[in-house]
Design a protein around this ligand. Sequence first.
Ligand code: CTP
Length: 429
Amino acid sequence: MVNNRRILLIIGGGIAAYKCLELIRRLRERGNRVRVVMTKAAQQFVTPLSVSALTNERVFTDLFDLDDEREIGHIRLSREADVVVVAPATADLMAKMALGLANDLASAVLLASDKAPVIAPAMNPRMWQNPATQRNVTQLKADGATFVGPETGEMAEAGEAGPGRLAEVPELIAAIERTTTAPASALTPGPLAGRHVVITSGPTHEPIDPVRYIANRSSGKQGHAIAEAAVKAGARVTLISGPVNIADPDGATCVHVETAAQMLAAVEAALPADIAIFCAAVADWRVANRGGQKIKKQKGAEVPRLELVPNPDILATIASLSKGRPGLVIGFAAETENILGHAQAKLRNKGCDWIVANDVSADSGIAGGVMGGDRNSVHLIKADGHQSWPEMGKDEVARALVEQMANSLGEDRRSSKRKPSATGKAGAK
Ligand code: CTP
């Protein structure tokens, strides 16, 4: 709970501004004081009157409003807040923040603030993907801002879909809570400090010839989110990723590979590790008769036949190491039916300590699907039982998993049953 926090909410102009009314209501229910600054454009979407009715406070809109300035002033407005939240953050507002402009009340308050803001972007997918916006996002992250969303999905404009939807209210609240409850974490060693965590992520590409390959729909989002959460928890992280379209997480050592064979070699080279997490969707087979040249169509000739041979199972290989096995080995299972049954079998067959199982069926109930999407609903299976977690963002799953990893290593340290070190041994749980 963020009870009794002073939250300064900057509402930017966008159709998603209406969600702020719900956000304010929920934040107030939790005992917070919410003050609001609205940009000129925001007032086209929601009225200061309705915002004021919900906050029970005066709403601030104009840098040069003498009454506002006399009453509080933009410097105090920003300083008298425990957390500054920008939602929806438009491309324009983020550009101003990245440049340090201060030509209206919202941007002046942000520039005068001594806190890194929580930014919840919402805009058309093309605007979000525009290199100019992405440059600004990178800059703002480097300046310490916390981003929540955007989520991927249908946009208000008919026929438009992609990344750009404002994060949902529970996600926004979770991000605000984290920022306000854990700012000191940067000063204290994280729960995984001194630990080495190796993570595989993304798909593998198995070449057919120099221009074609076999692949799958893995986006790498879950594996990359785990890497990010482990870095934040203080771990030294090696992320071994197949080809993905997302950025390398800050603070992790990233190894880019293409095939399953390369991924296995990179994992082996990265050991020893205290924890290994196998999140990658590794292709089960590769092409045996791979062409050295591009396979050409020839009139009347037979359609080429691909002969497949099994790829090494990276997770099973590492989990069965008799020497140098990471203390905690975690696998993932993507299932479409009998999730728990299949995942429990996988735990036994692969020799890992935990399996994170998720439903990747089209009727999983997760809008847009799990593969490639931003949300996940998982079961964490251990030898002695399982937990079913509610649907969450992939970053939330990552944080919860990292928390469990840290607890597990802490328990082991206390009971000295497992030595999560360079000489860690097999068969932990
Ligand atoms: N895995 C791996 N190397 C492989 C195949 C899978 O490391 N060659 C890992 C994945 O990273 C994941 C787990 O094993 O942690 C998934 O196991 P897998 O048996 O491949 O599960 P599915 O892909 O769900 O396949 P299936 O259900 O068809 O067995």
